[in-house]
Design a protein around this ligand. Structure first.
Ligand code: ATP
Ligand code: MG
Length: 582
């Protein structure tokens, strides 16, 4: 596996400096997440750092998430810590168990694990609902939160703008006892959605809009995929997220840049709760990095869901999808994706990555390991008129050119063979070095043949090419190089099994489909091309998810859903060379 040594980045530097300063070394860990009083008498935390990957289970993970997974799990592993997998399931209406299961499977598949120090660190934000609620009451008591009974529209009007301060709500100074009473009623289901919210009391004139008394809780009479109907008030992300981090003893809370403006709120909340003795110090610290943008690709669960719902693709795991299940089905290896994430690095400036970088990571990952095999796409018959019908000459090719110990593949060279339609031209254009009437080519690992003619099918296209074998021309035998030929084409014996080959192009014709409202209008009509093929018998008999380099065509995988013995189906992962470089 060709993984790079970890490159230096600002987050590694920060963690190194924090460790050197023993910034986190006095933290205690009772063995499970909890508020300060539960941790106070516990032993020291065995994890030197704790990071977390906190997806919302509202869809399948995509390549952008892979960057965050590799970063968070990678840093934890590197520095003797642990990365928690936390399902950030605080929004009941969009979340489902199906997505939870898919997320757990995808992170495992990528090669990461959340067990460490004899514990499994798989957590659900919804498990903290009771604590989050208790903290909310404490904030009200301390004067840091109040129930606001304005309508959403009134709140919006009083919020102010980037240049104008907001106006305090008429309910901002209602007594804590009244707020408490209302919050309890809200929890008990006594109020309609939208009638009240709980807000932090911070600063309505802050230049940072996130600090203008942000909403902490709202009423939602909705059933939750884990807590059922136990709750009808649900915490906002900006409230639940920092507290979940703190309860889990997270040291470095790493997120994408769009949360930079939320950091003051993150810090405000945790400091207030630490002042109240509910959270232990030092509290977690948020750092931001630039999200992954991949040219020509959507990286938003919501938009990917749109593709699934509109049936543009066959599902979340369609091989054209940038989801991890899609990339897996396409044939990407976990190590190629990890290599990609290491190569793109981590920075604080937004940038766009060309999909070439991902494709090249797959080539670099598979080249040393993938067995070579032959596939003839769009096969047509080659009949060798001067070769006896009952004669079969075994030809050999290495399974891997750099690993002779892996042995050889054998093909029977006989009178009838399959060659690729594109390797024959009845009227060859200039510079065409493959088969055409009168031309000579080498049949790879076999003999040199000279084309004598061809026959057309009903549609006028060639179905049979005729040729003669030149004497003493077999590859690797003495005198074979007396024939100087410019072309070298691949072939298969006539009894080679047939297979379906799926070739892919980018799903979108626009380099930034995510920036458009009508991204369904820029779907590439040739994003999937199904081709008839013949393949080597050993490849046809492989297991789903086995990978090969089909010579001249690229890297392929046996489709994990549709490939069966007797009905082989291969997906092209990537071509051998970058199409733009050719
Ligand atoms: P989406 O819009 O696809 O739902 P999200 O950020 O809302 O993305 P979450 O489930 O909240 O999805 O994301 C979990 C983690 O993955 C977050 O910490 C988020 O910052 C990170 N993440 C999401 N997209 C990217 C990306 N394109 N590049 C890097 N990290 C990402
Ligand atoms: Mg989200």
């Amino acid at each position: 596996m060709s993984e790079l040594a970890p490159a230096s980045n600002f987050l590694r530097h920060k963690i190194e400096a924090d460790l050197l300063a023993q910034r986190w070394s006095a933290r205690r860990w009772s063995g499970k997440p909890g508020p300060a009083p539960d941790q106070a008498s516990a032993p020291l935390d065995p994890a030197r750092v704790r990071t977390r990957f906190p997806p919302e289970p509202n869809g399948y993970l995509h390549i952008g998430h892979a960057k965050s997974i590799c970063l968070n799990f990678g840093l934890a592993r590197e520095f003797g810590g642990v990365c928690h997998l936390r399902l950030d399931d605080t929004n009941p209406t969009k979340e489902e168990q199906e997505y939870v299961d898919a997320i757990v499977e995808a992170v495992h598949w990528l090669g990461f694990d959340w067990s460490a120090f004899e514990q499994t660190h798989l957590y659900y934000a919804s498990d903290y609902f009771e604590t989050l609620y208790a903290f909310a009451e404490a904030l009200i008591h301390a004067g840091f939160a109040y129930v606001d009974s304005q309508t959403a529209e009134e709140m919006r009007q009083r919020r102010g703008t980037l240049t104008e301060a907001g106006t305090p709500s008429p309910w901002r100074d209602r007594p804590a006892t009244e707020s408490l009473h209302l919050l309890r009623e809200m929890r008990a289901g006594a109020h309609a959605e939208g009638s009240h919210v709980l807000r932090a009391r911070i600063d309505m004139s802050s230049p940072n809009l996130n600090l203008r008394d942000p909403v902490l809780y709202r009423i939602r009479h909705a059933s939750h995929h884990r807590t059922g109907n136990a709750w009808c008030i649900y915490p906002m992300y900006d409230y639940a997220h920092p507290i979940s981090d703190a309860l889990e003893n997270i040291t470095h809370s790493i997120c994408t840049l769009e949360f930079e403006d939320h950091r003051p709120l993150y810090d405000w909340l945790l400091e207030r709760l630490a002042d109240l003795g509910l959270l232990a110090r030092p509290v977690p610290e948020q750092s931001e990095f630039a999200r992954l943008n991949l040219t020509g690709t959507l990286t938003s669960k919501r938009k990917l869901q749109g593709l699934v719902q509109s049936k543009v693709v066959t599902g979340w795991d369609d091989p054209r999808m940038p989801t991890l299940v899609g990339l897996r089905r396409r044939g990407y290896t976990p190590s190629a994706i990890r290599l990609f994430c290491e190569r793109i690095g981590v920075a604080r400036a937004d940038s766009w990555i060309d999909p070439f970088v991902l494709e090249q990571s797959l080539r670099d990952d598979l080249d040393p390991s993938a067995g070579r095999a032959t596939a003839v796409l769009d096969p047509i018959r080659l009949i060798l008129d001067n070769w006896p019908a009952d004669q079969f000459d075994p030809c050999f090719a290495p399974i891997h050119p750099h690993h002779p110990e892996r042995g050889q593949r054998a093909f029977g060279f006989g009178r009838e063979l399959w060659i690729e339609r594109d390797d024959f031209a009845a009227e060859p254009p200039k510079g065409f070095f493959r088969l055409s009437p009168g031309a000579r080519v080498r049949l790879r690992y076999g003999h040199v043949v000279e084309c004598t003619g061809w026959e057309a099918g009903p549609d006028g296209r060639p179905t049979v090419v005729r040729a003669n074998v030149l004497p003493d021309s077999k590859s690797g035998t003495p005198g074979a190089d007396q024939y100087k030929v410019k072309g070298n084409i691949h072939w298969l014996p006539i009894d080679a099994p047939s297979a379906e080959i799926r070739l892919y192009e980018p799903l979108f014709t626009d380099p930034n489909p995510g920036a458009r409202d009508d991204w369904l209008a820029v779907i590439n009509p040739s994003s999937l091309q199904q081709r008839e093929a013949r393949v080597e018998a050993s490849a046809a008999a492989c297991y789903p998810e086995e990978r090969f380099q089909f010579e001249r065509h690229g890297y392929f995988v046996a489709d994990r859903c549709d490939h069966r013995p007797g009905q082989p189906v291969f997906n092209r992962i990537v071509a051998l060379k970058d199409s733009k470089a050719r």
